[in-house]
Design a binder for this molecule. Sequence first.
Ligand code: NAD
Length: 420
Amino acid sequence: MKITMLNGVLNVPDNPTIPFIEGDGIGPDVWSASKLVMDAAVEQTYKGARKIEWKEILAGEKAFKETGEWLPAATLDIAREYLISIKGPLTTPVGGGIRSLNVAMRQELDLFVCLRPVKWYKGVPSPVTHPENVNFVIFRENTEDIYAGIEFASGSPEAKKLMDFLTNELGAGKKVRFPETSAFGIKPVSKEGSERLIRAAIKYAIEHKLPSVTLVHKGNIMKFTEGGFKTWGYELAEREFADQVYTWGQWENAKKTQGEDAANARMKHEQSLGKLIVKDVIADNFLQQILLAPQDYSVVATLNLNGDYISDSAAAAVGGIGISPGANINYNTGHAVFEATHGTAPRFANTNTMNPSSLLLSGVMMLEYMGWHEAAQNIEQALATTIMRKRVTIDFYNLMNDATLLKTSEFASEIIKNLH
Ligand code: NAD
């Protein structure tokens, strides 16, 4: 049965059909392990009353071998039709028309949020002293910014034309230090694009009863693009969530009119009422704050490029790409693709040695998104128990003392044993 969305609400039947892409390289190994655990968790949690019907769709090398196309139109059609899908890592084709299969899927389904939870599980090797303080969710804008793909190579006729336009029409030619050899990239950041991302982050924080949303930007330098993101974010929070949020913008106004002490007292009062605090921080400062005071952040909303850096840097603090899950979501249409955040690690293909946790935890995010919270929590606690008992795959084994080394499939069996 199909999952549908009606008036902004997902309707998930007890036996939903969910398309999956197993992925290239280590994809089949981590996918089969993740699928086994998800099926066992759903079965054990709901005693057979719920079951996922998996439907394979093709992308990447497997698709290319079977159909001659890297991303067949049928795959996108099915992902569109069934709303929710899950995928392993895909090879980025070298040459040819497609820049990246992941980017193509995000664009086709307009998946404007890249959602990356960053959470530490006890026992996971970490380079920071207090990884238990790291627990936040990143909402990265996924469709605009310098990643829009509008780039012109140094020396190209387009770059020359753009340089002439900057000089003759906009009077900005002098700002380009080396006009003859500059390459150019364009950074579109829109009000609509920023608003839909920030709206999704605020709704998520409210639904999950989290204390704050932090807008991360470089508006001090890029005033209209990144600065716009911040301004539009505050305006949206105050306009659409007036009764539920208190913003740093409001705090600043209170400070101007009533003084700092009164403003602080007001902020405390609003927090005591359970209001969500919407604040902002400059991206470079944020990157040090997540090392120094990660406990100050619970939901982070940011632009595409900042979000890319922040996601991987934050993931490193809690165990790296072998365990960090992700999803690309359009909260308006319901479309969502859950995915491993690591690549295909082709050297380790078919070795049954890699860590399936990234894809498995993406599956946990998927179950949460579907409203199957009990099954999601069951997997999470079983995975946490397995890691705490130091029964792990090679990546963690190499960093732990007295651990037991498990194959990918053995690790999955161990998690299944630890399910309630
Ligand atoms: P990679 O993530 O595939 O591998 C880098 C290293 O990380 C590996 O050599 C391995 O040591 C480690 N690693 C990765 N996944 C692991 C896991 N599950 N468990 C334990 N260790 C793991 O990055 P790469 O080598 O730069 O990229 C290889 C291919 O994957 C490229 O074609 C790239 O374009 C593609 N890629 C795809 C995605 C995606 O589909 N989402 C993301 C990144 C890269």
